[in-house]
Design a protein around this ligand. Structure first.
Ligand SMILES: Nc1nc2c(ncn2[C@@H]2O[C@H](COP(=O)(O)OP(=O)(O)OP(=O)(O)O)[C@@H](O)[C@H]2O)c(=O)[nH]1
Ligand SMILES: [Mg+2]
Length: 428
């Protein structure tokens, strides 16, 4: 089974809570605070694995959660950090935010092969940090930072230098098998190839990767046949080898075939349609002796401004004719073509540590609730058992516009505000 697009759920680990504890020693009746910090939550890390060429491993396991950090402990012992969760992906994987479709990372361009997709939450501070001259026995500590789950899509865009395109049955797979060590399925019916095949073409000290994809037909862009989804796998190629059955063994006109495929390429992507092409006229062994197909084709191409400079080669993939010239031409063309760059990250906020969402709601008369990352962070940072902090907290509620939003919902003096598992009264 070939899977090249999946949606997965990812969550970095929560930070561990800080500990509240006091030293206990013989002959020391009131030991000072010694609560250790919570551990950091594990990161979600994407790692390139060059032995993978498919996303089939994601078929069942779609939820990925890194380990939470452990709680802090007495005696100033910090909690253990959560383990990172490593997700292995093929090199050509493009990762997008599911909701916006924006690119988070193109693993093709990741140096070293590891990318931190989501960072684990910070550990909370233990009570030892909150002691000062006025407050010698702080009975509170900070909670760890909570992380939220995100949805991302993984999309494989195979990495190859050359892409083979053409109608079904024109001999794409036969050509791949003739010039590389790949052993694709070859048969005399349409859509023999159901998923991309890769082969490495070697000639003296040079080598390149060739991708053979399922055949296209008219209307592929509208989903006819196998559709044009597989063109994703030749998007990164620098060169297209466009194969035509010049013997017209199935009764179609080779010139129209050529135009139809180019039209489908353009429907998929203007950029792909402009990629340089080598035109391969295959099945010359099957041409009737008096056929004018080759000269007709060459004449037609010489009148197509976009293609008249394209090399045209006459071959028989089946009978191994003309293949040396083709291989030579492929390397000559590739020598002049730059690498296709990796996709750039698109600017947008993508973080496991939600510190900005805010939801205000009226639960009942005189009862209002505030939820979301913004308020969670505020609660976490402000130590509520401390009077100074409580004042600061109310000030922040005012400054961040939360009080105004609640007032718009009808809150008045004396009403109750619920935040997480605490409640307090609103005073004008
Ligand atoms: N006579 C002749 N037949 C060929 C040649 N190349 C391929 N064929 C035959 O054409 C048929 C289709 O070949 P494939 O290589 O499977 O064609 P394809 O383009 O990969 O087809 P799909 O995977 O269905 O898109 C097979 O029966 C091949 O033996 C050739 O040069 N000459
Ligand atoms: Mg094939």
């Amino acid at each position: 089974m070939f899977i090249d697009k999946v949606k997965i759920y990812v969550k970095a680990g929560n930070g561990g809570d800080g500990a509240t504890s006091f030293r206990r020693e013989k002959y020391v009746p009131n030991g000072g605070p010694d609560g250790g910090d919570g551990g950091r939550g594990g990161n979600v890390v994407l790692r390139v694995d060059d032995s993978l060429n498919n996303l089939v491993d994601f078929r069942f396991g779609k939820h990925f959660r890194a380990q939470d950090g452990s709680k802090g402990e007495p005696k100033n012992c910090a909690g253990k950090c959560g383990d990172d969760l490593i997700i292995k992906v093929p090199r050509g994987t493009v990762v997008r935010d599911f909701k916006t479709g924006k690119v988070i990372v193109d693993m093709y361009g990741v140096e070293g092969g590891d990318f931190i997709l989501l960072h684990g939450g910070f550990g909370g501070k233990g009570n030892q940090h909150f002691a000062n001259s006025r407050r010698q026995a702080p009975a509170f500590s900070q909670s760890g930072q909570r992380t939220v789950e995100r949805e991302v899509t993984l999309e494989l865009k195979t990495i190859a230098d050359v892409g083979l395109v053409g109608f079904p049955n024109v001999g794409k797979s036969t050509l791949l098998a003739s010039i590389t060590e790949a052993k694709p399925k070859i048969a005399n019916y349409h859509f023999t190839t159901l998923s991309p095949n890769l082969g490495v073409l070697k000639s003296f000290d040079r080598s390149c990767v060739i991708a053979d994809i399922p055949g296209l037909i008219e209307g592929a862009s509208a989903g006819v046949g196998l559709g044009h989804e597989f063109l994703r796998h030749i998007e990164r190629t620098r060169l297209i080898v466009h194969i035509v059955d010049i013997s017209a063994s199935e009764g179609r006109n080779p010139i129209t075939d050529f135009e139809t495929i180019n039209k489908e390429l353009a429907e998929y992507s203007e950029i792909l349609a402009k990629r340089p092409q080598i035109i391969v006229l295959n099945k010359i062994d099957a041409l009737p002796p008096d056929s004018t197909n080759i000269s007709d084709f060459r004449r037609a191409i010489s009148n197509m401004p976009d293609y008249k400079e394209s090399p045209i080669l006459e071959v028989s993939a089946f009978a191994h004719k003309g293949l040396d010239d083709l291989v030579k031409t492929i390397f000559e063309c590739l020598g002049e073509l730059p690498e296709i760059p990796a996709l750039e990250r698109e600017e947008f906020d993508f973080d496991s540590r939600d510190t900005s969402s805010l939801e205000c709601q009226k639960l009942a008369d005189g009862l209002f609730e505030v939820r979301g990352g913004l308020i969670n962070e505020l609660v976490r940072k402000v130590v509520l058992s401390d009077d100074d902090s409580l004042n600061y907290f109310q000030k922040r509620l005012r400054n961040d516009g939360i009080i105004d939003r609640l007032k718009k919902l009808g809150m008045v003096d004396g009403d109750t505000i619920v935040i997480g598992d605490m409640e307090f009264e609103y005073k004008e």
